[in-house]
Design a protein around this ligand. Structure first.
Ligand code: SAH
Ligand code: SF4
Ligand code: F3S
Length: 484
């Protein structure tokens, strides 16, 4: 019999952790201990937190959303922009008094802990923290917790070298409708503003069979939508294939015989019965090969909605950012995809005010936004990250200019989205129903293929199905639909 969310195939290391899970469970038996996780990062971090939940629940902890009731508090941190730091320190500070009352274990993990100065700061200034762990040691949580409980000593468990790909960790998912599946870890791109490659290590892809197995499992559990995750999903298996070519890796078990690329993985996942929608984030424009576009075109389940991070519309800035495409490359790619898949839609990420960005550079960004017409734009003000090339550049942009540019971009995006929203009214949209609307319990809520929220009156039985709705009202951030 498998425990909650536990898989059959496992690395040796995970088998060891399973023993620790049992040991902790025995120590915790009959105590009704509670845990809570505070996740501060991207969807990859959220997926890691689901694995932390899986381990915690198998160790006998029960989930609570109330910090003051928790006996185990885990922070899963992010460091991609600077605002997360103050939030973390504030929250950890608040726990000082609660700690004794609840006999609380406080753990801080995730990307920020891979930054040496941050781990040091926590260690020095926040003695209430029992465990500091990094992105490559997440799977060792059971062993670390066991050692804390048994020996009452503080632990720092951070690895600088890349982690392996661990299979078989238990998982308790947050959503009942969309299942996130990490397909690869790390990033090799080193965009000059970005800290992720330093805290997540080099790219490592999971074996196709493991991903397919997980997708089949979530389909069996009733999930209709899967979200494939990675920092650069369209370079899935690229490293592995290069190593094989160079003779440094031997595919002795035929792991990559049938599936050796992201496009082939997509086609295989599309065949899984029960899964009705497939999404993925993030692809990199430089790696968006035709076989991936063809897979999106040919596979009914893959959403015709692609997140294509732009970062900047200026070829000059893109070069400084080390993005390895030009403004024209990006626009040509969008054009090509629109030709091959006429109803395709896009969302994007944009950074405003990176070092050296001139007024002309910024206007190039506005120009691409105008030309492409994104459904959604995630906009960020450039935040200097210690250890990245961007931080060392001399020509940093003053904060007030960054903010003014950000506001101009935001205004353009909002105008465009308001205009686009009008176009959806009176059309039919396929909506995956997530549950009751939080604002109005009598209404159901769900999302269209292009991730737009639609609320509508309907029967409870429609939850976790895809319904075709007529869109009747447009409220900028959500739409009202009608069953016809
Ligand atoms: N791997 C993904 C996204 C990683 S981080 C990709 O390449 O698209 C998510 C987003 O955060 C990035 O797309 C970028 O827009 C933003 N970002 C990364 N570093 C940043 C920084 N130093 N300052 C501001 N925004 C940043
Ligand atoms: Fe960061 Fe660039 Fe890697 Fe994305 S592709 S995680 S922006 S380095
Ligand atoms: Fe994600 Fe933040 Fe880490 S964006 S990968 S949680 S630095």
């Amino acid at each position: 019999m498998l425990e909650k969310g536990m898989k059959q195939y496992m690395n040796k290391e995970i088998e060891e952790q399973k023993e620790y899970i049992k040991k902790v469970e025995r120590l915790n038996a009959g105590k009704s201990l509670k845990y809570t996780i505070i996740t501060m990062g991207c969807q990859l971090n959220e997926n890691d937190s689901e694995k932390i939940s899986g381990m915690a629940e198998n160790m006998g902890y029960i989930r609570t959303d109330k910090l003051e009731n928790a006996n185990l508090v885990i922070f899963n941190t992010c460091c991609v922009r600077e605002n997360a730091e103050e939030r973390l320190f504030g929250k950890v500070g608040e726990l000082k008094n609660l700690k004794e009352k609840n006999n609380m274990i406080i753990a801080v993990g995730g990307c920020m802990m891979q930054e040496k100065n941050m781990a040091e700061k926590i260690k020095k200034s926040y003695p209430q923290v029992d465990l500091i762990f990094g992105t490559h040691t997440l799977h060792k949580l059971p062993e670390d917790i066991y050692n804390i409980l048994e020996n009452r000593k503080k632990i720092q468990d951070i690895l600088d070298i890349d982690g392996e790909v661990y299979e078989g960790l238990p998982i308790v998912r947050d959503s009942k409708v969309q299942a996130s599946i990490t397909i690869m870890y790390g990033c090799n791109n080193f965009c000059s503003y970005c800290i992720v490659p330093y805290v997540r290590g080099r790219e490592r892809s999971r074996r196709p069979a493991d991903i397919i197995e997980e997708a089949k499992e979530v389909a069996k559990q009733g999930y209709k939508e899967i979200m494939l995750l990675g920092q650069n999903v369209n370079s899935y298996l690229r490293n592995e294939m290069e190593l094989i070519k160079e003779g440094k890796l031997v595919d002795k078990d035929g792991d990559y015989k049938e599936i050796d690329s992201f496009a082939k993985l997509l086609r295989e996942l599309d065949k899984i019965e029960g899964i009705e929608r497939i999404r993925f984030i993030s692809p990199h424009p430089k790696d968006f090969t035709d076989d991936v576009i063809e897979a999106i075109r040919d596979c009914d389940k893959i959403c015709k909605f692609v997140h294509l991070p732009l970062q900047s519309g200026s070829t000059n800035m893109l070069k400084i950012m080390n993005r390895r495409y030009t403004k024209e490359d990006y626009l040509n790619l969008v054009e090509k995809m629109r030709k091959m898949i006429p109803d395709i839609k896009f969302s994007t990420d944009i950074i405003v005010g990176f070092a050296g960005e001139t007024e002309e550079d910024f206007e190039e960004t506005l120009d691409v936004v105008k030309k492409v017409g994104f459904e959604q734009v995630f906009m960020f003000i450039y935040s200097r990250r210690v250890g990245t090339p961007g931080d060392k550049m001399q020509n940093q942009i003053p904060e007030d200019i960054k903010h003014k540019r950000f506001d101009r971009l935001k205004k353009l995006v909002e105008e465009q989205i308001a205009e686009k929203s009008k176009e959806i009214v009176d059309t039919m949209q396929k909506v995956l129903v997530e549950g009751f609307s939080k604002g109005n319990e009598e209404m159901l809520t769900g999302r269209t293929e292009s991730n737009k929220v639609v609320v509508f009156k309907g029967d409870e039985n429609l939850i976790n199905t895809i319904v075709e709705l007529e869109i009747v009202e447009n409220h900028l951030w959500y739409f009202v639909g009608k069953v016809v």
